[in-house]
Design a protein around this ligand. Structure first.
Ligand code: ATP
Ligand code: MG
Length: 552
């Protein structure tokens, strides 16, 4: 198999003498929200490299901003990675390195490589310049390092208010890379930290933390998304200036995964929750791992998707239909077949007065699972769309005077209809060909008719609730519009709840059983489902109806 470009970089490093034993990777989420499908790509990339090279992969929480981070997110992130079936080596927290980072910051101050700036953040911002206009040096830039150190220590102890002072690296206010123009390393935040409590009152910035954390953990390749490319120069500058003697990590960048018809940014997903567009991080319409899980996606299908999407150097949008394809492919192999009718019309078999138990395969891909029992009786439901009084061209479902096979049962023929006084269809009267029972071995059982329909027996069927989903956004790239906010493109019809009838074999099934409702799609029970009131979520339809309906 061909190597992706990150694997090529690693192979090159090994060729140039790097010891394979020194390979080590990490996945570094900030615990400020739930993981989404974009993170799946980063998780699979790092953990698959770990597997391929027999190298450890750390899970590192990038918890340097107590204003945004919460321990409930830490728990959710761990749960999601475990569910994807990856095992991290060490569970690390950037906050565990605060003392070391503090000492290194003091080292920079002592070596005249960092200074305290006591201007307001607005003043500092106004001196930054633009990519083509050089920045202006701060009047504090040459402050004596003793004073810098004194203020810095007081900052960390909480002797100053937020915004009074910041610690900045002394690099180059003329650098064409804006990030090199004396970036802020520490600022005061007056909020206790989940893990360090009130020990520290000044917190390190992302850029000052990330590479140093990589170094402490002996990460060989620190893989991040493309927007961090300009940060690489700064990442290397810090590592070069500090007194270090072990393996220096390398930052390398790959393209973010963008998925069509959704957004992959925790901040934007949070807005959908805050504005009540969805009901939470695990709403089945969300592209979060927990939402996809609740929707009925499997870890296998998400891992397959990440592989299929590939690792690239350039940003692109992956079609949601690829994700759905990966789900179908796996679910076809594992889902239990059942019949459910979402929009029923009553069928009465005028020449049938019995009741019997028929059977159907649980999953044709796994004959070993055997067969399930399906009750059959005089009164049935089929889908309303599956009957038309007069068949239009190419309509191979039920119509007056024509025959269809009921899946795993008999061939029936529609003979007449019953309507109410307003002309609404209430019932279809049919005749059953009693010799045509499926797999009964008779000549008639082998008789071919054009259509096969799913059905349920009215008196045996369970009444359940079904959630049908559509895309969360009505355009392919909701956050790429120049003039309109992504919220403008929310699809108001992304959820449709229906009452449905389902064959009784689903009763007592485990909550994580995947079902194929024949002809309708793949379904899983919702987390709020109970034996009194079963609720099913549609993971995906059986075919890509959506793309084809859009093309029309
Ligand atoms: P968000 O914008 O959603 O908050 P983030 O990049 O801030 O995302 P982090 O928790 O900091 O989220 O990300 C952890 C890791 O996952 C980082 O290495 C980041 O580069 C990677 N990552 C985040 N989003 C994507 C994505 N869409 N595609 C691939 N990797 C991603
Ligand atoms: Mg982030």
């Amino acid at each position: 198999m061909s190597l992706n470009f990150i694997e090529q970089i690693i192979e090159q490093d090994l060729k140039e003498g790097m010891n394979k034993k020194n390979l080590r990777f990490r996945f570094p989420p900030e615990p400020n929200g739930y993981l989404h499908i974009g993170h799946v790509k980063a998780i699979c990339l790092n953990f698959n490299l770990g597997k391929k090279y027999g190298a450890p992969v750390n899970l590192r929480f990038d918890d340097t901003n107590p204003q945004k981070e919460e321990s409930k997110y830490v728990d959710a992130i761990k749960r999601d990675i475990k569910w994807l079936d990856y095992k991290w080596d060490k569970e690390c927290y950037a906050s565990d390195y605060f003392q070391q980072l503090f000492e290194w910051a003091v080292f920079l101050i002592d070596n005249n490589l960092a200074y305290i700036d006591s201007q307001s953040s607005e003043e500092i911002a106004s001196q930054k310049g633009t990519p083509i206009i050089p920045g202006k040096e701060s009047p504090y830039r040459d402050q004596d390092s003793k004073i810098n150190k004194e203020i810095f220590i007081k900052m960390t102890k909480g002797e100053f208010e937020e915004g009074e002072h910041v610690l900045r690296a002394k690099i180059n206010m003329n650098s064409p890379n804006m990030l090199m123009r004396d970036p802020v390393l520490y600022r005061v935040i007056n909020k206790p930290h989940d893990r360090t409590g009130s020990k520290w009152k000044a917190y390190p910035m992302y850029d000052w933390t990330h590479g140093e954390s990589d170094y402490i953990e002996k990460i060989s390749h620190s893989l991040c998304t493309l927007e961090f490319k300009p940060h690489r120069e700064l990442y290397n500058w810090f590592l070069k200036k500090l007194p270090l003697n072990q393996l220096i990590p390398k930052q390398r960048e790959f393209a973010r995964l963008n998925l069509s018809y959704t957004v992959t940014s925790k901040r934007k997903l949070k807005k959908l929750i805050d504005k009540a567009v969805v009901q939470g991080w695990d709403d089945p319409r969300m592209p979060t791992i927990s939402g996809l899980r609740r929707r009925g996606y499997t870890p296998e299908s998400l891992r397959k998707f990440a592989l299929a999407a590939g690792v690239s150097k350039r940003e692109n949008v992956i079609e949601a239909s690829l994700l759905e394809f990966c789900a179908r492919e796996h679910l076809n192999k594992i889902a239990y077949r059942v019949n459910a009718v979402l929009n029923p019309i009553k069928i009465t078999l005028t020449n049938y007065n019995e009741e019997e138990i028929l059977s159907g395969e649980i999953n044709p891909e796994q004959p070993k699972l055997g067969r399930r029992k399906i009750p059959f009786s005089k009164t049935l439901y089929i889908e309303r769309e599956d009957f038309k009084e007069k068949a239009p061209k190419k309509f191979f479902r039920l119509s007056l005077g024509n025959e269809v096979r009921l899946k795993n049962a008999y061939i029936i023929k529609a003979e007449s209809v019953i309507k109410d006084e307003k002309g609404n269809l209430l019932e279809v009267l049919c005749k059953v060909d009693i010799k045509s029972k499926s797999e009964s071995g008779t000549e008639e059982s082998k008789r071919k008719v054009k259509g096969t329909l799913h059905w349920v027996s009215q008196e045996h069927a369970l009444k359940v609730e079904v959630n049908l989903y559509d895309r969360l956004f009505s355009v392919s790239s909701p956050d790429q519009d120049k003039d309109k906010d992504f919220m403008h493109f929310v699809n108001p019809y992304s959820l449709k709840k229906v009452q449905a009838f389902i064959e009784p074999s689903v009763k007592g099934s485990k909550p994580d059983t995947h079902f194929q409702f024949q002809r309708l799609g793949y379904f899983i029970q919702d987390k709020n489902s109970s034996s009194q009131k079963m609720i099913f979520n549609r993971t995906v339809t059986l075919r890509d109806n959506w793309t084809s309906s859009q093309r029309k």
